[in-house]
Design a protein around this ligand. Structure first.
Ligand SMILES: Nc1ncnc2c1ncn2[C@@H]1O[C@H](COP(=O)(O)OP(=O)(O)OP(=O)(O)O)[C@@H](O)[C@H]1O
Ligand SMILES: [Mg+2]
Length: 205
């Protein structure tokens, strides 16, 4: 199967920007690429996106976890697995590590529950490479705040985001498929580091 690459990191770290750049560069060299963002990418996923990120209302942590999980299960079944089987390289704007960071670190759901849920939701599918864009929460929130209004996660406060950042860094420390990149550098520099990782790890056209 072709490679599955996830972009992870806090609000405003540059995931969407860097994913689009990588998609363009890979596509230009003839690689077939499918780019997807969570939550979303399916009819159910888009409904979950507007439910979870749209309003300012309260959702219990477990309900939030299961809604993100439902969106991801649909994305895996309907979009990711068929694309990989057809030889497309898949780029994901957030995946399972976001649940560990936000619902685990941020909301305090035990990591063991998240690991079990990952298995049901993604059936053991894991990214071949996770590009973790690391940025201090204050800087990320300041970048994201330029795109007013803040969504429900962005509005959670600095302590929440510091817990999210901690889980992300721990994940990078314990797993060779997770690469930590300094997202405070200029966009072009981050893009070059990403390109080095991708071209050194995968056979491309
Ligand atoms: N390396 C960088 N240096 C400075 N600004 C950047 C850099 N990368 C991205 N930005 C800017 O920061 C803002 C957030 O970037 P982007 O939307 O790509 O982040 P994101 O990680 O997708 O955020 P979110 O989690 O909110 O979706 C954008 O205005 C973008 O142009
Ligand atoms: Mg984004």
């Amino acid at each position: 199967m072709s490679p599955l690459i996830a972009f992870e990191g806090p609000e405003g770290a540059g995931k969407t920007t860097q994913l689009a750049r990588l998609d363009r560069r890979l596509s230009a060299m003839g690689q077939r690429v499918l780019s997807l963002a969570e939550p979303g990418g399916t009819e159910l996923g888009e409904a979950v996106r507007s439910l979870l990120l749209g309003g300012g209302g309260q959702t219990s942590p477990v309900a939030e976890l299961l809604l993100f999980g439902a969106s991801r299960a649909e994305l895996v079944a309907q979009r990711i697995l068929p694309a990989l089987a057809a030889g497309e390289l898949v780029l994901l704007d957030r995946f399972t590590l976001s649940s560990r960071a936000y619902q685990g670190g941020g909301r305090g759901i035990p990591q063991i529950w998240l690991e079990q849920l990952e298995f049901w939701v993604a059936g053991g599918l894991r990214p071949d490479l996770t590009l973790l864009l690391d940025l201090p929460p204050e800087q990320g929130l300041a970048r994201a705040a330029r795109r007013q209004p803040l969504d429900r996660m962005e509005g959670q406060g600095l302590q929440f985001h510091a817990r999210v950042a901690r889980v992300y860094r721990e994940a990078a420390a314990g797993d060779a498929s997770v690469v930590l990149l300094d997202a405070a550098q200029p966009q072009e520099v981050v893009a070059e580091r990403i390109w080095e990782q991708v071209t050194s790890r995968f056979q491309l056209p």
